[in-house]
Write a protein that binds this ligand. Structure first.
Ligand SMILES: [Zn+2]
Length: 276
């Protein structure tokens, strides 16, 4: 009996040490519900205990902005002018906001790590060329870093970032995340072939381009359901929706963002306070 117990403990320690570093917290918090893991965690003290879902949901949400096209002469929910974009970043900087990375957000939500004053996150979807030519330099001028979600079918296509530009963004300190291969919504992936084509293959290739892990996902069209979020939790630390409701079981896979239309800087600040 003693032998059996010891053996089980060794297996538990081995399993935990293999998985603790890269397992999404949804699964970590499930593990921590068992007493064996709690004991092991105390003994090895690799990491503080991860928050459970209830604790994650109770934390104050951080404002997260979502941009798409930046182009003069056209307006709409998905396009803002270069002038307005510059004004937004200027107003955020003047108001004392600090941009945070998804790594910082994850550590805040899961391990209660502290964040700078007035934290916000700024994200860009669809791998547009102007994310490199306009957004990156404007952000860097103010000491901000952004998060750029790439749909990988656009590599080196006209009006989209080249793989060299994506690599340069990562090198400049921005975070590169995945936005699927061809923008098919996650709720439509039927089988392992689809998941491989839209998620795991592009994730691996993108990581090869940036030389960094790709730990974050933005849902095409912001759309998910519990089944899709469950599958994505196996591949990403955080996944981002739009302004819809978070999932009580997968809060880390349903992090909210607001789409920023062509509004004034002051309206943006009001909208950030209201929405998060
Ligand atoms: Zn998109």
């Amino acid at each position: 009996m003693y032998y059996k117990k010891t053996f089980l403990l060794i297996v538990a320690v081995a399993l935990l040490s293999m998985t603790a570093c890269n397992k999404p917290a949804d699964q970590q918090s499930k593990q921590s519900e068992t007493t064996v893991s709690d004991t092991v965690k105390t003994e090895t003290s690799v990491k503080p205990t991860a928050n459970n879902n209830e604790q994650i949901l109770a934390k104050k949400q951080i404002p997260i902005l979502c941009y798409h096209r930046i182009k003069n002469g056209t307006k709409g929910d998905y396009t803002i002018s270069e002038t307005t974009f510059g004004e937004h970043v200027q107003v955020l900087a003047d108001s004392g906001y600090h941009s945070i990375s998804p790594d910082q957000l994850y550590d805040y939500l899961v391990y209660n790590k502290s964040l700078p004053d007035k934290p916000f996150m700024i994200t860009f979807d669809d791998s547009r060329e102007e994310h490199y030519t306009i957004a990156g330099p404007v952000l860097e001028k103010h000491g901000f870093h952004g998060v750029f979600f790439i749909m990988t079918i656009t590599y080196n296509k006209k009006n989209y970032m080249t793989t060299e530009q994506i690599a340069a963004m990562a090198k400049a300190g921005h975070t590169i995340g995945l936005h699927s291969w061809d923008h098919t919504m996650a709720i439509k992936y039927k089988d392992s072939v689809d998941w491989k084509k839209e998620v795991t293959d592009p994730q691996e290739k993108l990581s090869g381009i940036t030389g960094q892990p790709v730990d974050y996902w933005a849902y095409p069209n912001g759309v998910t359901n519990r089944e899709a979020s469950a599958e994505l939790s196996k591949h990403f630390k955080l996944s981002f929706i739009l302004s819809t409701k978070r999932d009580s079981i997968y809060p880390l896979q349903t992090v909210r963002r607001i789409i920023v239309p062509d509004i004034s800087g002051q309206t943006l600040l009001r909208s950030m306070r209201k929405s998060f």
